[in-house]
Design a protein around this ligand. Structure first.
Ligand code: ADP
Length: 489
């Protein structure tokens, strides 16, 4: 079968690499390559960055009237919706996620773009009380070229997150999405062109960590927005030092999902299954630590185990599949290794996931969920981000112990609390050190609400009106129209 050809998008054109190098994208459900992708090196990154600056300086987008920008952004959103089935199919082949989930991501991404289409008219400045004869105001200005780097777990959603905010305030972007899932990124950039976003505003360079590093260190990219591992986030901060870049980071997590005895336990059960295993646990906000009140622990965990066993792992193209394969052979090995690490540390394996063979998909990277109980909060499986369907279950005696265990990692991305007690709900939200607290609603997100990781989970805000600040720099202007006369020297 011939491979789908995927190129960079530079200056509004599909472009091969200067070197002619390519790499293959593997379909995780079959273990077979299905796309051949241009591999970008620093020369390709340079070209994309220069293309971004040319577009920016020409003003075709950066100085376009805001109402026209908004209209074109709405067109992007409409085209995404119209092509949702096609895009979902590509996304499933690249990620292995079930087709229904992929379609949900695509439609969600369309609504993100729609939300951000309201922003161009709302990039407001401030006026300040001034001395007599002075007028002082501030305004927010685009950086110019923003570099966007993202991982493979939500490729289309993330390419939209990395583009919509920067574009809404007048920037151009250079995107380096994950090497495992490049296909829908090029499709997205083509949709932007079709919607009337001028050539050079949305540039795409495919490649791996080296390509990403070239973009992150590029002296002409003053702002980087990165989603990915905390380790790579650190290296992005280091490589931003010379140019004193502004960096926006959304990094890893080890989110607690806390069940109190007073919770609506049916809801808590369904929500816990979802946050533990949805997208095969490959989400930075996965509730990978289940904390259950001792009083209800035995019964809750037993029911949870029985329900988890019914999760359908299978061909992502089938409508009844709930979990597709993991993203890659590397990830499969990594997850298996964590199962070994958990066992060696003495945690009890309640249900052991093994690499699963799906009929007709012998080479796919399928893996059943795994549940560890009697996990000590200091064990590696309770501390490190696994990014797979491996759950660490712990119990707690009282609220203080729940808080202590929940906050006992280097991360601070998200936390879920299940309770019907209002006072407990607010107190937990006060005390949990996480950028997002979900009370009875894991993974609920609205695009007009900002988010930010605490501690090693991130730096800077995304989404909502706060993203205006994230993707612009401040300028103030003091105007003397009749104030002090200069009298010096
Ligand atoms: P994951 O472990 O989920 O793959 P990573 O943080 O390794 O997450 O990768 C996220 C993105 O960062 C990918 O697009 C990857 O190619 C890119 N990347 C990896 N290493 C670097 C680096 N040193 N500098 C910049 N980008 C990188």
């Amino acid at each position: 079968m011939s491979l789908k050809q995927v190129l960079h998008i530079i200056d509004g054109k599909e472009t091969a690499s200067v070197s002619g190098r390519t790499f293959e994208s593997i379909n995780p459900a079959t273990g077979q390559p299905w796309a051949s992708v241009a591999y970008g090196e620093s020369e390709d990154v340079n070209r994309a960055v220069e293309s971004g600056w040319r577009a920016f300086e020409s003003g075709t987008w950066s100085r376009m009237p805001a109402t026209d920008q908004a209209q074109r952004m709405r067109t992007v959103s409409r085209l995404i919706r119209e092509r949702a089935d096609y895009l979902a199919e590509l996304e499933t082949k690249d990620t292995g996620k079930p087709l229904t989930a992929a379609k949900g991501d695509i439609l969600g991404a369309a609504s993100v773009f729609e939300y951000f289409s309201q922003i161009p008219d709302h990039v407001l400045g401030t006026t300040y009380p001034s001395d007599p004869g002075y007028f002082t105001y501030s305004r927010r200005e685009p950086y110019g070229v923003v570099g966007g780097i993202a991982p493979w777990n939500f490729p289309f959603m993330l390419v939209v997150w990395k583009t919509a905010g920067p574009l809404a305030v007048g920037n151009s972007v250079v995107l380096k999405m994950a090497e495992q899932t490049p296909v829908t990124t090029t499709e997205f950039a083509k949709i932007c062109l079709e919607a009337g976003i001028p050539p050079g505003v949305v540039n795409v360079v495919h490649g791996d960590g080296e390509t990403g590093a070239a973009l992150a260190a590029h002296p002409r990219v003053p702002k980087i927005t990165f989603t990915g591992s905390t380790e790579v986030g650190r290296s992005i901060i280091r490589s931003s030092a010379d140019a004193i870049k502004s960096v926006h980071l959304e990094l890893g997590g080890k989110s607690p999902n806390i069940i109190f005895a007073d919770a609506n336990l049916d809801q808590a059960m369904a929500g816990s299954l979802f946050t533990s295993f949805f997208n095969s646990g490959q989400i930075c906000t996965t509730g990978s630590r289940l904390l259950v009140a001792e009083a209800i622990a035995e019964e809750f965990i037993e029911k949870f185990h029985q329900r988890a066993k019914k999760i359908v792992v299978g061909d992502p193209m089938q409508s009844n599949t709930q979990l597709g394969p993991l993203i890659s052979q590397v990830q499969l090995q990594r997850v298996q290794n964590y199962v070994k690490v958990g066992k060696e540390a003495g945690a009890r394996v309640l249900w052991e996931g093994t690499p699963t063979k799906i009929p007709g998909h012998d080479q796919g990277y399928f893996f059943q969920p795994t549940i560890f109980t009697q996990v000590h909060p200091d064990m590696r499986i309770a501390q490190e981000e696994i990014f797979g369907p491996v759950l660490s279950v712990m119990t707690f005696k009282d609220d203080e112990e729940a808080i202590r265990i929940a906050n006992n990692t280097i991360y601070g991305l998200a936390a879920t609390v299940w309770t019907t007690n209002l006072s407990r709900a607010f107190t937990m939200a006060d005390r949990l050190d996480a950028g997002i607290v979900w009370t009875n609603c894991p993974h609920y997100l609205k695009w007009n609400v900002p988010l930010e990781g605490h501690r090693t989970s991130g730096l800077g805000e995304d989404l909502g009106l706060e993203s205006i600040k994230t993707f612009t720099k401040l300028k103030v202007n003091y105007i003397n129209y009749g104030g002090h006369q200069m009298n010096w020297g």
